[in-house]
Structures are given as C-alpha cells and as structure tokens.
Design a protein around this ligand. Structure first.
Ligand SMILES: *Cc1c(COP(=O)(O)O)cnc(C)c1O
Length: 355
C-alpha cells in the first residue's frame, strides 16, 4: 500500500544541524558560526537547564501538574483564562491545533509569500487549500490590512507573521485590528509572534481578549532558547477555547518541556540578555553588511546578496552558515540570525568577502 496522495505537500527542509555541516566540511563544530535557524545564540536559560535535570527523575509519569502549572503561568502572564492557552509541541504544533480546530476539508487559508512554510503545510495536512498574498520587496515587505485584503477571498484562516520571517517587517496592531474587522465573521486571523520578544511593538493578545476572531502564536524556541525541547502555544479567543480538549494530542507538551518552560518564564534576565544582544547584532548587521538589508524586529536580518545559493555555499566554506531564503521565495537573499558579538562580526566579515 501507499500513503495518500501527498504530491501537493511540500517537504519541510530545516536548516541543517551544526554537527552535520561540520562533518561535511571537516570543521570542528566549535569553529562553525551557525546563524541559519534563528536560534538563541546565548543558549537556554540556566534555570531551565536546572529544571530539566531535576525533572529527568520523574518522566515515568504523565505531565499532569506541569502542564497545568505552565498553562496557568502563561494565562497569568497574558491576562487570559487558562483555557485560552493551548500548549503544544512547538509553535508548529500549536499551528496544527488551530488548523484542526478551524478547517473542514476543502476550506481555504491565506498565507504570505514570501513566508513561513509551515502554515501551508499544516493546512494541507488538515485537508485545507492554500492561497497566497504577496509581500513586495519594492514596498520593503510592508504589511498592512490592505496588502492582505487585496488578496482575501473569504478564507477560513488568514496568517500574519509579525515580526515576519524571513523579512523582519511587522504589521502594526491597528492594521491587524482593521484586518480582523474587514474579514468575514467566520475567518480567524492568526498573528504569529514567534519573534515577539525582540520587537518593541505591542502583542496582538489585546485583540484575543477583546474579540472572537484573532489568535496569537508564541514559542519558547527563540527568545527563551528552548528550540530543542519543542514548546509553543496559541492564545485563542475565550468563546471557543474549549475546542482544545477535542483536538489536542493528549499532553502535547512533555513534562520536560513544561518544566523547562516554567523555569525559563521566570528567568527574565536570560530573555533580556538575548533581546539586548539581538538589538546590537541587528544594528551591526545593518550598518556593516555591504549589501542591501531591511529593518528587522526579529532576531535576524534579511540581506540581498544577489545569488543566495552561491553566497550560502561560499560562506559555508569559510565556516559561516546562514539561511538561503530560496525556499521562502527569495532566491536573491540570505537570512542572517543575530549571533553573539563575536559570531556576528565574523558573519559580516565573511559575507562581505563572498557576496
Ligand atoms: C520559529 C518559528 C515558529 C515556531 O517554531 P517552533 O520551534 O515550532 O516553536 C513559528 N513561526 C515562525 C514564523 C517561526 O519562525
């Protein structure tokens, strides 16, 4: 037998792991600067590391209390009811729950081009169909209600990424509100704030509190430095929050993930360190890279290098890994994650040499 027809499903290609690349190049992993996956260059919260070690001894039980504790801590943090916090295996897992809760077979969703691949993948897994709205380089990837509404045709879900991956642009909160106002009553606007901590703009969670058609996505993978534990969540409107119990994989976030998340949430100094480091690196990349770049509110900068694949390969040969954004729909650009001072300076040197 065969799986169902998956020919419309585009395989997800993650940036490659540092060990893999080091082996291929004959480098020591320590000598590689890997700025391709928007990971936290300062590592995980030390308090999360302690929590993970401590939790290791109790992983024979289901994560009942840890799941509840983290849900309540996040509800507190965002001033929503615990039922509105949908914990998941990464932000990507939360996207799946939103798709499961909203899409009937054949329903359509609207995603940005260029954009984050997983929205479309998740919609297709859930028998949805995918339409796109362009973010234009000529407009510096500006995001307004109008840029989306020009291409909106009653889709069930509209995905907004703010800050946007891979461009770094944002949709101002009043524009998100206009978008939600002007889309149909049965359309959900998902605001993906995976990079929200790095931005000075307010979260769209205010709209989640006020209305029934906006959800917000957050993750512990970026500012909290917990990409490896896979922990994220959606904040959903109160009126339909109880759908979680009907769509989630039981105990979607593991005991280890929940304990690490709780500890990281309490470690404000760690997040601040990452946010400050990212601010410096963003400035440095923008002022020192010779090629055109765009303002970014994320922990990365998009750079127009001409031929992304060639630049990627040449930089890799010198031990600096960046993300070729061809798969995002930008074959002339690379995305450079904000690293430590040392990593970022080295990336600038190498990119200026090869681009
Ligand atoms: C990283 C990222 C996510 C979430 O990633 P997880 O590791 O699954 O939490 C979601 N959206 C965007 C745009 C991202 O870049």
């Amino acid at each position: 037998m065969q799986p169902r027809d998956l020919s419309a499903h585009v395989p997800y290609e993650a940036g490659r792991g540092i060990e893999e690349v080091a082996r291929e190049l004959g480098f020591d992993p320590e000598d590689l600067v890997k700025l391709s996956s928007n990971e936290n260059a300062w590592g995980p919260s030390p308090e999360a590391v302690v929590a993970l070690r401590e939790a290791a001894g109790t992983v024979h039980t289901y994560p009942k209390a840890a799941h509840t504790d983290l849900t309540e801590a996040l509800a507190d943090e965002w001033d929503v009811a615990p039922a509105q916090v949908w914990l998941a295996n990464g932000g990507d897992g939360a996207l799946d729950y939103l798709a499961r809760a909203t899409l009937d077979p054949g329903d359509e969703v609207l995603v940005s081009d260029p954009g984050f691949a997983y929205y479309a993948m998740s919609a297709r897994y859930h028998h949805g169909r995918v339409n796109e709205y362009p973010l234009r380089k000529a407009d510096d990837f500006e995001q307004t209600a109008e840029t989306v509404l020009d291409h909106y045709d009653g889709e069930r879900v509209v995905y907004v990424t703010s800050p946007h991956n891979p461009t770094g642009s944002e949709m101002p909160l009043d524009e998100v509100e206009t978008l939600a106002d002007r889309t149909d009553e049965e359309t959900l606007v998902v605001v993906d704030e995976a990079y929200g901590e790095f931005s000075a703009s307010p979260s769209a969670v205010r709209l989640v509190r006020e209305r029934d058609d906006v959800a917000v996505l957050r993750t512990f993978s970026k500012a909290y430095g917990l990409a490896g534990v896979r922990l994220g969540y959606a904040l959903v409107p109160e009126p339909w929050a109880d759908a979680y119990a009907r769509v989630n994989t039981p105990f979607a976030a593991s005991e280890l993930a929940c304990r690490a998340g709780l500890a990281a949430l309490g470690d404000e100094a760690h997040v601040e360190q990452a946010v400050e480091g990212v601010r410096w690196a963003r400035e440095h990349l923008r002022s020192e890279l010779d090629c055109p770049t765009w303002p970014s509110q994320g922990n990365f900068v998009l750079a127009e290098v001409g031929d992304a694949t060639r630049t990627f390969e040449a930089a890799k040969g010198r031990g600096v890994i960046v993300r070729d954004t061809s798969s995002f729909g930008l074959p002339e650009c690379v995305r450079v994650t904000c690293g430590t001072e040392e990593q970022t300076k080295r990336a600038v040197e190498v990119l200026n040499e090869v681009a």
